[in-house]
Design a protein around this ligand. Structure first.
Ligand SMILES: *[C@@H]1O[C@H](CO)[C@@H](O)[C@H](O)[C@H]1NC(C)=O
Ligand SMILES: *[C@@H]1O[C@H](CO)[C@@H](O)[C@H](O)[C@H]1NC(C)=O
Ligand SMILES: *[C@@H]1O[C@H](CO)[C@@H](O)[C@H](O)[C@H]1NC(C)=O
Ligand SMILES: *[C@@H]1O[C@H](CO)[C@@H](O)[C@H](O)[C@H]1NC(C)=O
Ligand SMILES: *[C@@H]1O[C@H](CO)[C@@H](O)[C@H](O)[C@H]1NC(C)=O
Length: 948
């Protein structure tokens, strides 16, 4: 009992003390913080309303109104504001109404990564105690106010990634007034002039005697680097890259204690002062993409601390810096595209940490030293375009982390080491344009991650090893211009990711392996200038991705296969062979009437009537024969062997799967389309999930009804068209495996997608949350790639005509796939493209209602709607019509984004979302001509990635 009483006494005492303390501090703080509060509130008032400043409210009760508890504000013991930290807060507005002179005790300002615009106010110079100022990654413009020179206590100053144009040319403002003083009206005019004139970094920056770090990168500063920076004796980090600076590096930089000097991507010139070599603490030196000449500073690694060194894309001449030889700390070195001289075996040593080195396009000589094999952390070695000779040392295969080895365009000779297969992480192996001899080592089959193998322009002989078929990730294989002989290994047909195959200018013999026909991603095939004979396998006609083929200068004979590439290629692709025939102008027509007839029919003009009431339906006259196409991978090889099937006169192709038609299997597995397998119902079709024992799971779309109207002669061309659709292979397009039209049941067989449609995901609360911003960015990109593929890479182009969130399906890992070509019609250049209404209301391009003309631009419009839908989490509805009436004003991204997902925190994602919003607006242009093409959309999305 006694102890309890004691405790409560303690508590009440503590309470008293606390109360008294609060009273005291609010008492003392009031006079100071009143002006501070007013200054903050005045600023808040001038800004657009934003939730982030919700806590910034003055209460009549004076103790509650202490700004010290407001978001982003910190105070000293006296209650005066010392810190304003609103970094990454999505803050919008400008700084013009923030009266810095009201904060006498401010030490720390961090407003980085926001959306602030306008100039930096001059009165920032009144913050005489300020130690830390970060305004980076905003959209601030105008000049750096000269008053910054007053901030003599600042030790870190960041203005990176803004639109600061530097100080105005002194001739315009002789009195040194900064832009922000010149008044608002004239501001715009001056900003305009400024962007033309550019502006300098003010010489006065040299007053900031305590500066340790100065970052002005990614702005529009031009003119020279002020030499006064060389007097900042505490400066260790200077970041000036990505501006438009000219002139030379001030010589007095050699007096500094710099550890990091970033000057890349400017227009600096002259030679780099040798004094830079005095910077004995230098860790990171970035000089790339300028116009420097003369020698590299020879003592650059004198201090033995250099980690990252780039001087690429300049005009440096002279030797490799001597101090690099024993610079054990090196991690990343880029010296490519200069005119450096030296000996690769003498000027470089062993670097245990080295991760990346590019010395390409210089004038280096000497041999490749076995020492490179000891740089155990090397992931990329690029020595392209030098004069390096000698053999490839076998020690190089000890580089277990090597991903990118490019030794092309040198004078290497001898054999490729057999052990090369041990470089199991290798992604690119580029040895072209050397004097390598001997055979292509069979060990190459061990490169299971290899995507690119280029050995062209060497003196390699012997056969192509069969093991090449084990490099299953290969996308590009070039062995041209060697002395290879023997036959083309059929195992190349296993390389399903292959896009580019060049075996030209060798002495290859025998038959073109029919297995090449299964390279469904292959775009370029060059087998020209060999001794290949026999006929061209008909399987090559089914290579849907092929853009270019060259079989010229061989001994081939017989008919050319049928397939889009063989219809569109020119004579040159087949010239100088033994006796090829076909329908290409200049070739002898084949006698075989079967071939001719089939070809003629395929090309015949096609009329499909799509009945208006069945939006999305495939319609066809009732047929008594079941037609089934099934292009399963396993199967296609059997088909290739059994070519008699495809030569048969039967107009209806019937494919079998394990001896039975898939038709029966599907009817059986779905228990005659029992509702328990139904996973979706549309206006025209029901979708069933069908699992066939021993095969995979399919989504089977059963069309509700068949409609008479197609004449028998058109059935064949129609089936050809759908057959062509089954051949589309793209990462982001749901595979259409086959179809069946029959009296009782008519259905399409698709790849099954676990997560259902994007529309359903966005509808549900959990679904929407699961689709975070990174995933949504990926969804938009995937759809863009798929559409670009259909529009540009398919011949003839395919227009989807019904892009909507219902037709975008998601796989188990939330990758997006475009689905349902139910009403897509193959666009042939010679056929008119009018049709009855098709597509989903709310996604239809406006011109469609009056012209009925279907072009790629209709898909672009629907894509625009879809992008907004992905950003907003719901169909944009009315917003689209408003967009057109409010041309010029854009809705801020923040107001658009789906609020069920927290706002993007990653700047890159936020930038990508903003780009997508902008792209969607141009896609939604009422004028089809002003909409971008899908390939341009993809390019812009990719360019954005490349720039980051
Ligand atoms: C520089 O600081 C002084 C003294 O603190 C102050 O009077 C002056 O107004 C400041 N100059 C500018 C341009 O802000
Ligand atoms: C920044 O300046 C560039 C070039 O002057 C301009 O294209 C861009 O729109 C500006 N950005 C902002 C946010 O003002
Ligand atoms: C190198 O110098 C030549 C002529 O002196 C010039 O044409 C070229 O543009 C320079 N290269 C770079 C990268 O500045
Ligand atoms: C690079 O410098 C050379 C001479 O020093 C000059 O002729 C050339 O125009 C400069 N190139 C650029 C891109 O500034
Ligand atoms: C060196 O460059 C790498 C890659 O760009 C970077 O991750 C690393 O932080 C840099 N190291 C230093 C010390 O600058």
């Amino acid at each position: 009992m006694a102890s309890q009483g004691k405790q409560s006494k303690h508590v009440s005492l503590a309470f008293l003390v606390a109360c008294w303390f609060v009273l005291l501090s609010s008492c003392k703080a009031n006079p100071i913080s009143k002006t501070e509060i007013e200054a903050l509130l005045k600023w808040k008032e001038s800004l657009p309303d934003q939730p982030i400043l919700k806590s910034w409210v003055a209460h009549t009760n004076s103790s509650a109104s202490s700004p010290c508890k407001w978001r982003g504000i910190a105070c000293n013991n006296e209650g005066s504001i010392t810190e304003i930290n609103l970094a990454y807060a999505g803050l919008r507005g400008n700084l013009q109404n923030l009266d810095f002179s009201s904060f006498p005790n401010l030490l720390h300002i961090d407003l980085s990564v926001n959306e602030l615009t306008g100039p930096i106010p001059t009165n920032i110079g009144t913050l005489s105690k300020l130690q830390y100022l970060d305004l980076s990654t905003n959209s601030l413009n105008g000049s750096l106010p000269l008053s910054l020179a007053n901030l003599t206590q600042v030790y870190e100053l960041y203005v990176s990634k803004n639109n600061i144009t530097g100080e105005l040319d002194r001739r315009l403002f002789p009195d040194g007034t900064s832009l922000s003083k010149t008044g608002f009206l004239s501001l715009k005019i001056f900003v305009l002039q400024l962007t033309k004139l550019g502006g300098r970094i003010p010489e006065e920056i040299g007053n900031l005697k305590h500066l340790v770090l100065l970052a002005l990168d990614r702005n529009y500063f031009c003119g020279p680097i002020p030499p006064s920076i060389g007097n900042l004796s505490h400066l260790t980090t200077l970041v000036l890259n990505l501006n438009e600076l000219t002139g030379q590096i001030p010589v007095n930089f050699g007096n500094l204690k710099l550890t990091q000097l970033f000057l890349s991507n400017n227009r600096l010139s002259g030679s780099v002062p040798g004094e830079i070599g005095n910077l004995s603490s230098l860790v990171n030196l970035q000089l790339a993409f300028n116009n420097f000449t003369g020698q590299l500073p020879q003592q650059v690694c004198q201090g033995g601390k250099l980690v990252n060194f780039t001087a690429a894309f300049n005009n440096f001449t002279g030797p490799i810096p001597v101090s690099l030889k024993n610079c054990q700390t090196l991690y990343r070195v880029r010296l490519e595209h200069n005119q450096l001289t030296g000996y690769i075996d003498q000027d470089f040593g062993v670097y245990p940490n080295l991760n990346y080195i590019d010395l390409s396009y210089n004038r280096l000589r000497g041999k490749l030293s076995p020492n490179w094999g000891e740089c155990q952390n090397l992931t990329a070695l690029k020595l392209v375009g030098n004069m390096i000779s000698g053999k490839i040392p076998k020690e190089i295969v000890q580089l277990g982390k090597m991903g990118y080895l490019d030794l092309s365009s040198n004078q290497l000779f001898g054999e490729i080491p057999e052990e090369i297969g041990k470089l199991s992480k290798l992604i690119k192996l580029i040895l072209k344009d050397n004097k390598l001899s001997g055979e292509v080592p069979a060990g190459i089959g061990g490169l299971s991650n290899l995507e690119s193998l280029e050995l062209s322009k060497n003196m390699l002989s012997g056969p192509i090893p069969d093991q090449i078929g084990d490099c299953w990730k290969l996308q590009s294989l070039s062995l041209s211009k060697n002395y290879l002989n023997g036959t083309i290994p059929y195992q190349i047909g296993n390389l399903r990711a292959l896009q580019d195959l060049d075996l030209s200018f060798n002495s290859l013999m025998g038959r073109v392996p029919p297995q090449l026909g299964s390279l469904s991603d292959l775009e370029y095939l060059n087998l020209s200038n060999n001794n290949l004979n026999d006929s061209v396998p008909t399987s090559l006609g089914s290579m849907v991705s092929l853009i270019s083929i060259n079989l010229s200068n061989n001994n081939l004979e017989g008919p050319l296969p049928e397939g889009k590439i063989f219809w569109s290629a020119t004579l040159e692709a087949f010239s100088n062979n033994k006796d090829l025939c076909g329908e290409i102008q200049g070739l002898r027509p084949c006698n075989s009437s079967v071939k001719k007839k089939r070809g003629g029919n395929m090309k015949s003009k096609l009329v499909i009537v799509i009945v208006a009431s069945f939006v999305g339906a495939l319609s066809l006259s009732i047929m008594s024969i079941g037609i089934f196409l099934f292009l399963e991978k396993k199967l296609s090889r059997n088909m290739l062997k059994d070519e008699s099937t495809s030569k048969s006169e039967n107009p209806f192709l019937i494919w079998y799967f394990d001896g039975k038609t898939m038709f029966e299997d599907i009817v059986e597995a779905s228990e005659n389309f029992d509702d328990k397998y139904c996973i979706g119902v549309g206006g025209t079709a029901k979708v069933y999930k069908v699992e066939i024992p021993g095969a995979q799971v399919f989504a089977v779309k059963k069309l509700r009804s068949m409609v008479a109207g197609i004449e028998t002669e058109n059935i064949k061309s129609f089936t050809n068209e759908v057959a062509a659709l089954t051949k589309i292979r793209h990462r982001n397009i749901v595979k259409l495996f086959g179809f069946c039209f029959q009296e009782v049941h008519s259905f399409l067989v698709y790849e099954f997608m676990e997560r259902g449609s994007l529309a359903d995901m966005l509808c549900s609360e959990e679904g929407a949350k699961e689709l975070d911003w990174a995933t949504r960015v990926q969804v938009v990109k995937s759809v863009a790639y798929a559409l670009s593929y259909m529009h540009c890479d398919c011949v003839p182009p395919i227009i989807h005509r019904d892009i909507s969130s219902k037709n975008i399906l998601l796989s188990s890992d939330l990758e997006a796939y475009v689905s349902d070509f139910g009403i897509a019609k193959i666009l042939k250049p010679d056929s008119s493209n009018w049709t009855t209404i098709a597509g989903t209301y709310g996604y239809l391009a406006p011109e469609f209602t009056y012209t009925m003309a279907v072009t790629e631009k209709c898909d672009v419009y629907s894509f625009g709607v879809l992008v907004l839908e992905v950003l907003m989490g719901k169909h944009p509805g009315e917003l689209i019509t408003n967009l057109h009436s409010l041309t010029g004003t854009s809705v801020p991204l923040k107001d658009v984004l789906d609020d069920r997902v927290p706002p993007p925190r990653n700047q890159k994602i936020a930038d990508e979302l903003a780009l997508m919003q902008n792209l969607s607006l141009s896609c939604l242009s009422t004028n089809p001509q002003s909409r971008p093409t899908m390939s341009s959309v993809c390019r812009q999305l990719e360019m954005h990635v490349a720039n980051n």
